[in-house]
Design a protein around this ligand. Structure first.
Ligand code: SF4
Length: 343
């Protein structure tokens, strides 16, 4: 796939834009400082996403997916540090940008939505003024023009009576409405990439569906690429075209969702799929993956999944399986992926 290094904005999805790469992450490594020394929590993570596309980063909690998102967005906790890798956004490595330039990117380049909408919104300012801020800072609009844009945005994300509700404070909105406000703030400047970390986890099922629908609409309207971080296979199946499955800080399988979900080539992916009710005939027992993921400080030698893997053999205890290409656009980090492919 040809990369566009022109540095031009990717906010508009022209037909050719689908061949470009909006964001490319390679070799991303993150460490956390502990009393026992640094612990690697994200290991050599790489993926790319095209304009208008949704890529899901899927995994159980503690697999490193949120840490990956925070590293990309420059929002790691002070105890964590990015120790390797590149994040190319429209051809520029955002990890090497000075803090000021990086902050300037937040909005038009790389925007983020995290799950906790109440703490992400400032309780002492009206939502209208918070939504207007990006327009004042980045587009230097007057107070009045920015306020008008804020009302338009609220209307766009489905907030009823936006003009009067713009004068309200975050606590006066429901959880679902607050999440809509956060999404509105994130997409205000039509970002090249939106990074959404479990954006619907705290919401009820109906509101979840509405939020996901809103994200899909905005994606197709603006051509932004969406990186969706989730533990929910149903969300991946419905929303994403590409998936990268993470385990113990690494990507263990990646490829088009339809292919990965119908013919997994890693025992972990197969285990995740087997644990979902819809994947099994009615009345049969669910097969959950026995055991739990290793703690980051105690990842075993060889394959990190071996203690839970029904296919593990001697070699798995000594040789770490590399993430290797298993077909067009597909990769797996299992020595024995061919056995799954042939099954
Ligand atoms: S490399 Fe071995 S332990 Fe790891 S997933 Fe494959 S078969 Fe299982």
């Amino acid at each position: 796939m040809k990369k566009d290094d022109s540095g031009a904005g990717a906010a508009v999805a022209e037909p050719a834009a689908r061949d470009r790469i909006a964001m490319e992450v390679t070799g991303l490594c993150v460490e956390v400082r502990t009393a026992q020394g640094p612990v690697r929590v994200v290991r050599d993570v790489g993926f790319s996403v095209r304009p208008g596309q949704t890529l899901a980063l899927l995994g159980e909690s503690g697999c490193g997916k949120s840490m990956t998102a925070q590293a990309i967005a420059g929002l790691l906790d002070p105890v964590a540090e990015t120790v390797g890798g590149r994040v190319l956004l429209d051809g520029r490595d955002v990890l090497t940008l000075p803090p000021r330039e990086r902050r300037r990117l937040a909005g038009p380049g790389l925007a983020v939505v995290f799950q906790d909408a109440l703490t992400a919104l400032n309780p002492v300012y009206t939502v209208g003024s918070q939504l207007a801020e990006p327009f004042r800072i980045h587009q230097r609009l007057s107070r009045r023009a920015a306020a008008e844009k804020a009302v338009e945005l609220m209307e766009r994300v489905g907030i009823p009576e936006p003009r009067s509700r713009a004068k309200g404070y975050p606590h006066q909105f429901s959880g679902g409405m607050r999440q809509r406000l956060l999404i509105a703030m994130a997409v205000a400047l039509r970002p090249t990439v939106l990074l959404a970390d479990e954006p619907t986890t705290a919401l009820d099922v109906t509101v979840q569906a509405q939020i996901m629908e809103l994200l899909a609409e905005l994606r197709s309207e603006t051509g932004m690429a969406l990186v969706l971080i989730t533990h929910d296979l149903a969300v991946v199946a419905e929303q994403a075209e590409e998936v990268a499955v993470m385990y113990a800080g690494s990507i263990v399988e990646s490829g088009p969702v339809a292919e990965v979900f119908s013919r997994p080539r890693h025992p972990y992916t197969r285990g995740l799929l087997n644990s979902v009710p819809a994947e099994r005939p009615r009345g049969t027992r669910l097969l959950s993956i026995e055991g739990s993921p290793p703690r980051p400080a105690a990842v075993p030698s060889g394959c990190a999944f071996r203690a839970r893997c029904p296919m593990a053999r001697d070699r798995c205890a000594t040789d770490p399986p590399p993430l290797e290409t298993t077909g067009p656009g597909r990769a797996s980090a299992c020595h024995y992926w061919k056995e799954l492919a042939d099954a």
